[in-house]
Design a binder for this molecule. Sequence first.
Ligand code: MRU
Length: 344
Amino acid sequence: MDGHLALLDQTRLPAEVVQLVCRDVQSVWQAIRRLCVRGAPAIGIAAAYGVCLGVQTARDADLAAFQTRVDKICDYLATSRQTAVNLFWALDRMRAVAHQAAGCSAREWAARLLAEAQAIHQEDRQMCAEIGRHGADLLAELPAGAGILTHCNAGALATGGDGTALSILFELARRGRRPHVWVDETRPLLQGARLTTWELLQRGIEITLICDSMAAHVMRQGNVQAVVTGADRIAANGDVANKIGTYGVATLAKAHGIAFYVAAPTSTLDIALATGDQIPIEQRAAEEITHGFGRATAPAEVAVYNPAFDVTPAELIAGIVTEKGVVQPVTPATIAAWAARPPA
Ligand code: MRU
């Protein structure tokens, strides 16, 4: 079989718009690990399609062999990244489909896996749209032209739809609210500078790019009326793991009396973890800091600490915008109610 997964290679943006074609599960694993595809929901969607590529060579297997193969592929893809729970959530769905299979042929089971991957993709698109609507309702009181700061990239590049945090900004713009978006560059890999600006400019949103270290100054000047970010994993008490630097932004927002919101679909909720302390934090290569984008910016032998994510405590979060509505205030009880609420 010659199925393939075509991804926009995000490591090449904004300088080049290049497609990356994955024809096997190993190349999908690499694409996720190298951040060619990134952002919690997009990682889950890519992994689900990766499972479909992985079973292409198992079309003659009997049911037990097919299921073993799917388990192995899922175990393998689960090692590509650590923090975004959407990866494991999507792989669990794929695994479940394989284990529900009975009768028919391996070809038919593979078709069911593809249908599940497409459903994960389509549902995410829908969830992004709902998050946009709920978030724009929440921020409806902000004056037209209000300053909204975001960190990292929680847009179309990171999801199957219009994004989570950015979907809210797009919806505000559609409603004529003209948000002015302050984009943190997001060290060390510059997802804000490279990706969020690229998306927002294409959609005609007014933006200003700042270095991460400028956020406090910009807030003190009165330029930011709200902060909205995405999430990689949300614990049962409402603590949120997101791109490194998010905790700092939330702390700054608190210090300046600015509401800090998180936008995320239910697939980002990990109700099994009591608090954010239990969220595994991916550590990435020192070269991302010492040799960012191929150029030495520090002595090669220097000791480096490079956690890719941090955890923002629930008490700093004014609300979590989900596809089911806004979780507000953020407490263990409201998170449990979110988890229990049926899809809209
Ligand atoms: O390391 P990345 O680029 O995958 O980190 C992405 C983020 O932290 C996003 O804010 C998060 O995944 C939400 S995407 C809707």
